[in-house]
Write a protein that binds this ligand. Structure first.
Ligand code: SF4
Length: 169
């Protein structure tokens, strides 16, 4: 049995998507990007297990902050443990109607092709996809580290069966 773990939470941040966001950094990543900013997350062996009580605390903190514009899932890679992520997303979205962004090293097309990862996409509004590529790094980009990464409107893309990007440049 795998366990979803959280390394850190920022209860209000403006750097992981538009507006004030509640950002959750999950443990575990298998992309090993060169010059990754969070290599300590790779093994998935650090962080706090997401117990029922912890999950309720997260939901309560989100519900009780009227300033929040959304929740951002980052890491690590939130899709490191896809089955557990799916349960997390179902529980979150069933209790809070809030915009959800997710950062992942996987491409949108790869996530769409997997049964569990595809199911996760139903609960995500915006996906920032692709590995961090040092050769394409640009600190002036909004909400992403390198220009190969796409900011994808997930629900429109699924509905229209093509990849629709959001433009923040
Ligand atoms: S996907 Fe993100 S956390 Fe994973 S190695 Fe790449 S930059 Fe680091």
């Amino acid at each position: 049995m795998t366990i979803l773990k959280i390394i850190k939470i920022f209860k209000e941040t403006i750097s992981d998507g538009p507006g004030f966001r509640y950002s959750i950094y999950f443990s575990g990543c298998s992309h090993y990007c060169q010059e990754c900013h969070n290599p300590e997350t790779w093994k998935g062996d650090i962080g706090d297990e997401v117990t029922d009580e912890y999950m309720e605390r997260i939901i309560s903190q989100i519900k009780n902050n009227p300033l929040l514009d959304g929740v951002t899932l980052s890491g690590g890679d939130p899709f490191f443990e896809p089955k557990e992520l799916l349960e997390f997303l179902k529980r979150l979205k069933s209790q809070v109607d809030i915009d959800v962004w997710a950062y992942t090293g996987y491409l949108f097309e790869v996530l769409k092709a997997g049964e569990t990862t595809r199911a996760c996409l139903d609960y995500i509004d915006t996906l920032v996809d692709g590995k961090f590529e040092k050769a394409n790094a640009n600190p002036e980009l909004f909400y992403r580290g390198s220009s190969n990464q796409r900011i994808i409107d997930v629900q429109s893309s699924l509905r229209e069966k093509r990849t629709i990007e959001r433009n923040y440049d």
